[in-house]
Design a protein around this ligand. Structure first.
Ligand SMILES: [Zn+2]
Length: 314
């Protein structure tokens, strides 16, 4: 790491967390004039990665201008061994652009497109009760993308878990289970139960990818109980508090949990702001560090195989 490296804090605007008085931040190292890579560990995971939580929002590139046009973000994926992505964006144009670009194919990246519920920032707080968003989701689903049909809905947020009972949230969960669409949900543990309850099977057949797996710090035994209850529930691990300990390796209780459910976890970049694109190399390097400390087969599943299996990639 260079002497000029600075520690940058990228905080997520989680009002749910703020209510609890615990603002949540992720620490990343950003060097002035370039990213400083931490020293490579001998045993870092070196296989392919499936980025299961990627945004390509309009501030990254609006179709004409922005700091991260397709060639830029695809180069970041390519140099980090990211071979597939769950892509979603505010608005959905960014996802469609990546899905349609010949550069994506040339970079060897498979796009798994998700329908974002947000046309703009105001939709974050309103989607669960706004019928125009329900209509938008149905229209996008019918249209699909150049990379094929949409495979999921989200990411969406619930800052108050009670809003999981909003009329549009109910309809969309039933729709997702019915169509076999995955759901990428940034919610707390209480909302997992509420969302699951809206489907015909009580959630047993809803492929819900829990963005961050409890960003407010849901205790590991509670995560374990939810995984036991819902067989298709999966956990995406960006920003998860308490995940890693010394030397960037998994903390003991998380190591035990991923070994208990080796086919239920995935990694993601969560490029929700442009700083996350700037830190993309560091983020992927961080995953490779702790994956390398797991049995090789488990590392392969979490890094790549689980996402590939869920979305039918080879
Ligand atoms: Zn996100």
């Amino acid at each position: 790491m260079g002497a000029r490296a600075v520690r940058a804090v990228i905080c997520k605007p989680f009002r749910a967390v703020a209510h609890a008085g615990r603002p949540l931040c992720a620490m990343v190292l950003v060097a002035l004039g370039g990213l400083a890579a931490p020293p490579a560990g001998a045993a870092d995971y070196s296989g392919p990665l499936f980025d299961a939580h990627l945004h390509y929002n309009q501030e990254a590139w609006n179709g004409q201008a922005g700091p991260h046009p397709p060639a830029d973000v695809l180069a970041r994926m390519q140099r980090n061994g990211v071979k597939a992505i769950v892509a979603n964006s505010r608005p959905n144009d960014g996802t469609k652009a990546l899905a349609a670009s010949p550069l994506t194919r040339a970079a060897g990246v498979t796009v798994v497109p998700f329908i974002r519920l947000y046309r703009n920032r105001a939709d974050y707080d309103n989607w669960y009760r706004d019928d125009s968003i329900h209509d938008m989701v149905l229209a996008e689903y019918a249209r699909g993308t150049a990379a094929g049909p949409f495979k999921g809905i989200g990411e969406f947020h619930l800052y108050d878990s009670g809003n999981a009972n909003g009329p549009v949230a109910k309809k969309l969960m039933a729709f997702a289970e019915d169509k076999g669409l995955a759901v990428l949900a940034h919610v707390d543990d209480a909302a997992i139960d509420l969302l699951m309850a809206h489907t015909a099977t009580g959630g047993r057949k809803l492929r819900l990818i829990w963005a961050h797996t409890g960003i407010g710090g849901t205790p590991v035994p509670r995560v374990d109980a939810l995984f036991a209850r819902y067989p298709l529930l999966m956990g995406e691990l960006s920003y998860r508090p308490g995940l890693t300990c010394a030397d960037g390796k998994l903390c003991p209780e998380w190591r035990a949990l991923v070994l208990k459910y080796p086919d239920r976890f995935m990694i993601g970049s969560d490029t929700w702001v442009n700083q996350r694109w700037a830190a993309y190399d560091e983020l992927m390097k961080g995953y490779r560090t702790w994956l390398g400390d797991l049995p090789a087969e488990v590392a392969q599943r979490i890094g790549w195989g689980n996402g590939a299996a869920v979305f039918g990639l080879r």
